[in-house]
Design a protein around this ligand. Sequence first.
Ligand SMILES: C[S@@+](CC[C@H](N)C(=O)[O-])C[C@H]1O[C@@H](n2cnc3c(N)ncnc32)[C@H](O)[C@@H]1O
Length: 263
Amino acid sequence: MALALRAAPPCILAILPKYLPMGEGKLGSEIAKSGMYANSRIVQSNQDAPHPRLHEIVSRHLHMPYRRVPSDAGRRAFESVVDRLREPFVLDAGCGTGASTLTLAARFPQMFVLGVDKSATRLVVGQRLLAKDDGPRNAFLLHCELVDFWQLAAAAGLRCARQYLLYPNPWPKAEQLKRRWHAHAVFADMLKLGGLVELRTNWRIYADEFVQALHIAGCAGRCAVFAPSQPLSPFERKYGASGHELRCCSADLSDRAFREGAA
Ligand SMILES: C[S@@+](CC[C@H](N)C(=O)[O-])C[C@H]1O[C@@H](n2cnc3c(N)ncnc32)[C@H](O)[C@@H]1O
């Protein structure tokens, strides 16, 4: 077991404590001993404030059509699930192992909850749980590039009731700004899906930039430091246990100002 744990990717180690609390039982103590759990480093960046080009880049993305052609794999993945997305659904964008998707499916039993991630290795953890007889019927984990998904979903006129972006990769170097979701060209498509959006991050600048980008799009976003009593995702658990300050930003994308293109 110890060997298997050492060989497991960190994402799988991160999901295990959700089902078996740290330090409990043989598996729990293996996780605790592995030393890979509460040891995340604080995000290091050459930025100490929101990026100076944020406004220019977000505005440009909001005004210019995004002409990227979605990949064939993305189209196939999207087509495999689109029929279940006709009613407003809950999107867990970058769901990793899908632990948060399963929790959200229990929290919103009347809605369909879709977790999307590009990592098949991570998704397989939640897919195994979903395949069990007692797994939730209102959830699905989709292996898909999120840029493809947001583009195709927006083009199809789909609507979200809620969108969760839980601990997206920070891309902390200033020159990586356009890889952060709010400064990516697909941001406009994400906004078109609408709903209540919630972003959680352990990097203050990501949170500040996200809220600023929402404001640029004419949408009032809020952000606060928070300490969840029950972690929603493996990365939330890991960063919380590492003593990081966590931030939660939220906004209602059905805001009129945004729909009228206030950018
Ligand atoms: C830091 S992990 C967070 C995972 C999960 N949300 C959590 O909180 O535990 C970021 C996740 O986003 C996924 N991801 C990053 N870029 C993506 C993209 N372009 N398309 C789909 N998934 C992506 C990664 O594969 C990874 O699972």
